[in-house]
Design a binder for this molecule. Structure first.
Ligand code: FAD
Length: 325
């Protein structure tokens, strides 16, 4: 067989710019996990991780307590994910209550563990209203800048992959913010500081995400805004989340869930509502989907099954098998 002919003539770039063929781009898929608080919770979490791994997500995010309260269990989980699975961790990191020096240490530790994705967050303020220690970073934007500085200092070590930085975005006004317009200004500032993408807070009405996209794009936010959706199957969790996040729950959905005849009907209603919400976000232009799993896989996978997301083909074998073969 004759060797393929390689043209040494550079392609003609004088005309219109090169275009990527217009096939439907794949939709990014990710899950949120939180570090387990007990040995029993850890056991359950690992069953969940194996189930989620089989769906070949692009990354799984690992939450971090405000002020770093669960620093050790978060690092342990990230390390195990790196060592024992094919999953790529996205490490959440909060800055409130932490000094710059302490945060540089954590970022360095994450990079040394091979982490290449960090979700830079401020973290929630102390519930008792106690003052933030002097010298701690005030806003997520400051943390984005700090991560980029650490990355810069270690650029020779990162030749095979820079750090992807995510930030939070809000389809409904952040509880401390004066307006939704202010939230967009903050998002733009985080993008300018070096954020690559954002994941949204939970939302319950499709137009809230669609409006966020329109307002953000108009203001000059160009990074992907990945909708964060939770399986809407538990009344207790919906109410608790509303308390914690300040996002008003979907009253009609709550009512339907409460009136459901049994657990199976409740799950059917909740899964369908989540699928409808996710589909509406994708129709509005979402480039990915981030599922808040609460460390449970069943309803997350029920939702995924019904979505038929266009996904890239990935090997499904585990890291151990991959190393043997
Ligand atoms: P920021 O972007 O800093 O905004 C915080 C507030 O300050 C907003 O009201 C904003 O309007 C205001 N603000 C920002 N910059 C300025 C400025 N320059 N001047 C005046 N006002 C300003 N919390 C955790 O503790 N651990 C987690 O793992 C975690 N994961 C999360 C994941 C996602 C996807 C999301 C959406 C939230 C998560 N949170 C987590 C919650 C988050 O920490 C809270 O919502 C927090 O209150 C705000 O964080 P932020 O990163 O949006 O902060």
């Amino acid at each position: 067989m004759s060797p393929p002919v390689v043209s040494l003539t550079p392609p003609d770039t004088s005309g219109s710019p090169v275009r990527v063929p217009a096939s439907a781009p794949p939709v990014a898929l990710s899950y949120e996990l939180f570090p387990p608080r007990s040995a029993a919770a850890e056991h359950t979490l690992w069953s969940t991780i194996r189930e989620l791994e089989a769906t070949a997500p692009d990354y799984v995010s690992v939450t971090y307590g405000a002020s770093g309260s669960n620093h050790d269990t978060a690092i342990d989980l990230i390390t195990r994910l790196q060592r024992e699975t094919l999953l790529r961790p996205l490490a959440h990191l909060t800055c409130v209550g932490n000094s710059e020096a302490a945060l540089v240490d954590v970022v360095t530790q994450l990079l040394d563990h091979g982490v290449r994705g960090i979700l830079a967050l401020r973290g929630d303020l102390p519930r008792d209203g106690s003052p933030i220690p002097a010298g701690s970073l005030a806003y997520a934007r400051d943390l984005v800048e700090l991560i980029r500085q650490v990355e810069q200092q270690r650029s020779a070590l990162l030749c095979a992959g820079k750090v992807a930085i995510g930030v939070a975005a809000y389809p409904t006004r952040h509880p401390e913010s004066p307006s939704e317009a202010h939230d967009i200004e903050v998002l733009l500032a985080k993008q300018r500081a070096g954020a690559d993408f954002a994941i949204t807070q939970v939302f319950f009405h499709p137009e809230q995400y669609a409006n966020l996209l329109v307002r953000a794009r108009r203001a000059g936010v160009t990074i992907p805004l990945i909708p964060g959706v939770m399986p809407l199957t538990s009344v207790r969790r919906l109410k608790r989340l509303a308390e914690l996040s300040g996002v008003a729950p979907h009253e009609e959905l709550l009512d339907r869930l409460e009136r459901a005849g049994d657990a199976a009907e409740q799950q059917r209603i909740g899964v369908q509502a989540t699928v409808d919400l996710a589909n509406a976000a994708l129709d509005a232009g979402a480039q990915g989907l981030h599922i808040y799993t609460f460390n449970e896989h069943r309803h997350a996978l029920d939702v995924l099954d019904r979505l038929s997301l266009p996904r890239p083909k990935r090997p499904l074998h585990s890291r151990d098998e991959a190393m043997v073969s």
